[in-house]
Design a binder for this molecule. Structure first.
Ligand code: AMP
Length: 456
């Protein structure tokens, strides 16, 4: 759960303000830290800090810097904890010049690689899995930089969508499985790389296409060159991006996130998920589109029945006992009069620990609903994610611990329904062997053993 953004102007225009704006559009992918990197006279320069983009970076300062190639990152810590030194981009001036990288995804063999690199003399500056890529490159001091990057990527396992500054090149790379999204945009002579296409809209760029799984794109003065690696038998594009994580105005691997979410709601309706004369409401904002899709398909009333306070973040209100008792009402409040005496169908995108669903059911009941039916626009989340989405361990995943009827009783709903994994794939519009559904069905990628670590 991070966002990456890169820009290269072949006509030499400054791009750091574009990076700032691109990161603002990707803010939903990570709020822990933000940073940018560019090169100046053969040296890597980095500005980064904790917090939201506008807290960590100064738009005014960045707009004054004359760099025609740069990368940026917003971080949600999944690997490496919350230390300031783990903020990205990570960069260094190594034997072949300046290098900086920004990474989205989790490397599943980072620990073994780090141990090997430390044995070879590497001194790690962070506890971030992404640093292993940087170190693998630096440990090939005599290799052509692009080849060193390709060799480094052949040694890492798991998920990576990367933007890299290497001397005067911008490089975009997506792992051969395609776990995390990555797209290319263009505005005249300027090229952009982004975790999500929504970031192109705000800088006036057009989406060109997705970076393909396994593709390495090199962008320099001459334009874009694509280097493809041998294809894998199947892909693992993250289905949870469509369910929850990505912005609805993004198109990922040719599929609109907005349409997919509405279709997920319609699927719930087709499974008989909406009693006659029920009033349908979505959890703002994660369940809204699925709720609209459900109501449209069922011919039921949709109401903005739950109001969300957008300004109360987790950090603003301290959890004293009194506040804890007020609970979720500080953030979410039912619209008075909407549910009186009626059956309510409440839709959310996913149920993880079950906290939100339990609270919302009691809140809607308390506001006068005759019955409260909970509908989840994805299958039960039963398995942790090792590829970059922040899910808790199985012990904390409610659906891993109990059956759906038990879960329904636990959240005190009159009924609880999910969709199946097949229905999820159908709503996205990709076959099962193009998608990663591991958090729902445990179908994890089994990577081939890589025993060829030595040999730099
Ligand atoms: P829970 O209350 O633990 O069951 O979490 C479910 C709620 O968290 C839903 O409203 C989701 O929209 C949201 N959600 C789902 N996955 C994540 C995630 N990885 N990080 C943060 N929120 C999430």
């Amino acid at each position: 759960m991070c966002g990456v953004f890169g820009a290269y102007s072949t006509k030499g225009s400054p791009v750091l303000e574009d990076i700032y704006l691109g990161l603002c559009a990707l803010q939903h992918r990570g709020q822990l830290s933000a940073g940018v990197a560019w090169t100046d006279d053969g040296t890597v320069r980095i500005k980064k800090g904790l917090g939201l983009v506008h807290e960590a970076l100064s738009q005014n300062e960045l707009a004054k810097i004359d760099a025609h190639a740069a990368i940026g990152h917003v971080r949600y810590a999944t690997a490496g904890g919350t230390r300031p030194e783990n903020c990205q981009p990570l960069g260094a001036d190594y034997a072949q010049g300046p290098i900086a990288i920004a990474h989205n995804g989790n490397l599943t063999n980072a620990r073994a690689l780090a141990a090997y690199l430390a044995y070879k003399g590497a001194i790690f500056q962070t506890t971030c899995d992404s640093e292993t890529i940087l170190q693998l490159i630096a440990h090939q001091p005599g290799a052509v930089p692009l080849e060193a990057l390709e060799t480094a990527l052949s040694k890492v396992e798991g998920a990576y969508s990367l933007v890299v500054l290497l001397n005067d090149c911008l490089i975009a790379a997506r792992d051969p499985w395609g776990f995390r999204p990555l797209a290319i945009g263009r505005r005249g002579e300027d090229y952009f790389v982004s975790s999500e296409s929504c970031a192109f809209d705000i800088i006036g760029a057009e989406m060109v296409r997705d970076v393909e799984p396994g593709e390495i794109l090199v962008i320099d003065k001459r334009g874009i060159i694509s280097r493809k690696r041998p294809p894998k038998p199947r892909h693992y594009r993250c289905a949870f991006e469509y369910v929850y994580f990505a912005r609805p105005d993004s198109v990922i691997d040719g599929r609109s996130v907005y349409r997919t979410r509405k279709e997920l709601g319609a699927t719930l309706a087709r499974c008989g998920g909406c009693p006659k004369n029920a009033v349908v409401a979505g959890m703002p904002d994660s369940g809204t589109l699925a709720a609209i899709g459900l109501a449209e398909e069922a011919g039921a009333d949709f109401e903005a029945g739950v109001v969300r306070n957008r300004y109360v973040g987790r950090t603003f209100i301290q959890p004293t006992q009194r506040v804890r008792e007020a609970g979720v009402k500080i953030k979410l409040n039912p619209q008075p009069g909407i549910f009186d005496g009626r059956e309510a169908v409440i839709v959310d995108d996913s149920l993880v620990r079950g906290t939100t669903a339990g609270r919302i059911v009691s809140m809607i009941r308390g506001s006068g609903a005759a019955k409260v039916h909970m509908r989840i626009a994805s299958p039960p989340v039963r398995f942790p994610c090792y590829y970059g989405i922040d899910t808790p361990t199985s012990a904390e995943l409610m659906a891993a611990q109990m059956s759906v009827p038990e879960l329904c009783r636990k959240i005190d709903a009159d009924s609880l329904e999910y969709i199946s994994c097949d229905e999820l794939c159908r709503a996205i519009g990709l076959p099962k062997d193009e998608l990663c559904t591991a958090c729902f069905d445990g179908d994890y990628l089994e990577e081939e053993e890589k025993n060829d670590l030595l040999g730099f």
